[in-house]
Design a protein around this ligand. Structure first.
Ligand SMILES: [Fe+2]
Length: 522
């Protein structure tokens, strides 16, 4: 049974000027099922070949009409761009013809008279070969096509993997940045900045719930005016943010004017009409909303953008809640610290207000020296805590109205380490613990508890040492009067470079000169 692709018959052009012989050949070939065409002259054959593509050309070498069979075949070969087969017939011995036939690429050379079966065998063999060659060519082309498709598929796959890897890397980095701080304002600012960067935006805002008023406010934003940030208040369920907060559903809107939910009466600012609004959810509870608007490219937002914002929102919710938790912890902790310092001051009433004054002096010195607000904050807490270890010192030593014995003095010198022991479980106060530990170290290495020297003492502890000593020397004691401001400054200068860091003394003296009220005891 013939295969489907063989339904089209092989077609043959026979070029022969002997009419009787031509007819015989046509009949023979038709009987075999071939589609046969004929030409009696070379010109007639060339005209036919221009119109139709023949699988097999059978030509007599000697033809009437000017061209011989080989010239005709050469002309036709020049016309065709596809493979075909050629058989030439001759009844004459000719030395040149076989060579010309080989050069032309003729596939078979038949001498007349020939046996019918030999002729048909040659025709069949050439057409079979042609078919195989065509199949092979098609197979190679198909294979090339498949390879091309496979390469395209691989490229798409590689791009997809790269895209996903880039997304993951980006989210990992964003997550790490967002969670690198425990200060709520820093966390919110980082979230806004990173979303702006990642999506190439002009506007991003974080809306949080004001639990006291049960309404939403803008907690952090970029691209909005200060007036809008300060004045915006949104009821839960109202406007876009209120709707997203209440429904806990993310919104991707391509054109707000065509969105029946928000087209009317919306006062939020979306001047390109396309925006994303996603809820911040922590443990199933809505805590806020992230709004993103206005791509710098002016493109509308798509599902990939939404996916990214949702991923960032997941991490942002955790970071925001952690920061709030930390803030609450800090509040509780500060109350405890305040209570503890009161206890010390109760034990040693001569030192009443000492911690607050040391805090005041150390903070102004730190600010004048250009330390960052977060460093100043660490100094503030450390000053409040610096003598906490005195809780562990016997009360009679702290309140002794006379000079201390050597043994009593040795016990007093234990208070920085006792303070460290009390604070050690509070790992988040790592820096503060270090400063409490070092606040009695001296610049010349003669301090305690370790005898650290100059730069090996933390600069913040060196500031605290100046502030602490200044307050001690200006405070009245039962066994010694307090120094005046002038005397205290002289004392600081006299000990500059030995007990104190000279740079810090210089800064503090300048501050006291410019603002003597700093010394006023409150
Ligand atoms: Fe102390």
């Amino acid at each position: 049974m013939a295969e489907a692709r063989e339904i089209t018959k092989d077609n043959i052009l026979v070029i022969e000027d002997d009419e009787l012989f031509l007819k015989t050949l046509i009949n023979l070939l038709k009987k075999e099922g071939y589609e046969v065409y004929s030409a009696r002259t070379g010109q007639e054959a060339i005209e036919l070949a221009k119109k139709k593509c023949f699988d097999l050309l059978i030509a007599d070498i000697r033809l009437t009409g000017g061209m011989d069979g080989l010239e005709v075949l050469k002309n036709i070969k020049d016309i065709y761009s596809h493979p075909n087969k050629m058989i030439v017939m001759t009844g004459y011995a000719d030395d040149e013809a076989p060579i010309r036939a080989i050069r032309l690429g003729v596939n078979d050379y038949i001498y007349k008279p020939f046996r019918t079966e030999d002729f048909l065998h040659s025709v069949k063999r050439n057409l079979d070969t042609l078919r195989l060659e065509k199949q092979e060519k098609k197979f190679i082309e198909d294979a090339k096509e498949m390879r091309k498709e496979l390469e395209e598929y691989n490229t798409q796959l590689e791009n997809l993997v790269k895209e996903k890897t880039d997304d993951l890397t980006l989210l990992f980095e964003v997550g790490r940045e967002i969670t690198s701080s425990l200060r709520l304002d820093e966390v919110l600012a980082t979230i806004v900045e990173r979303i702006l960067d990642v999506l190439g935006l002009e506007i991003c805002s974080i809306i949080l719930l004001d639990e006291n008023k049960d309404e939403l406010f803008i907690a952090a934003a970029k691209g909005l005016s200060q007036d809008i940030i300060a004045q915006t208040r949104i009821k839960i369920g109202e406007k876009i943010s209120g709707w997203v907060f209440e429904s806990k559903e993310a919104l991707l809107v391509e054109d707000i004017e065509k969105d029946t939910r928000f087209a009317k009466g919306n006062e939020e600012r979306y001047y390109t009409g396309s925006f994303i609004s996603v809820p911040l959810i922590f443990k199933g509870r809505a805590i806020g909303v992230i709004n993103v608007n206005n791509k710098r490219s002016r493109e509308i937002f798509n599902k990939d953008d939404l996916r990214l914002v949702l991923c960032i929102a997941d991490q942002a919710s955790i970071a925001i809640e952690n920061a709030r938790l930390y803030s609450n912890l800090e509040g509780v902790y500060l109350q405890i610290v305040s209570a503890l310092t009161s206890i010390i001051e109760l034990k040693d009433h001569y030192t009443k207000g000492h911690s607050d004054r040391v805090t005041k002096y150390a903070m102004v010195i730190a600010e004048a020296m250009g330390l960052s607000p977060s460093q100043v904050e660490i100094i503030r807490l450390s000053c409040q805590l610096h003598d906490l270890g005195k809780i562990g010192i016997q009360e009679y030593i702290l309140t002794k109205p006379a000079k201390l014995t050597e043994e009593e003095w040795e016990e007093i010198k234990l208070h920085p380490l006792k303070g460290v022991e009390i604070l050690r479980p509070l790992a988040f106060l790592k820096d503060e613990i270090k400063l409490v530990e070092q606040h009695h170290e001296r610049y010349d290495g003669k301090g305690y508890p370790y005898g650290l020297h100059a730069d090996s003492i933390d600069i913040r502890a060196r500031i605290m040492a100046v502030a602490d000593s200044f307050d001690a020397m200006t405070t009245e004691r039962p066994y010694a009067r307090g120094l005046t401001l002038f005397e205290a400054k002289e004392e600081l200068i006299r000990n500059s470079g030995s007990q104190f860091d000279p740079k810090i003394v210089e800064v503090f003296i300048n501050l006291l000169d410019k603002n003597p009220d700093l010394f006023k005891k409150s």
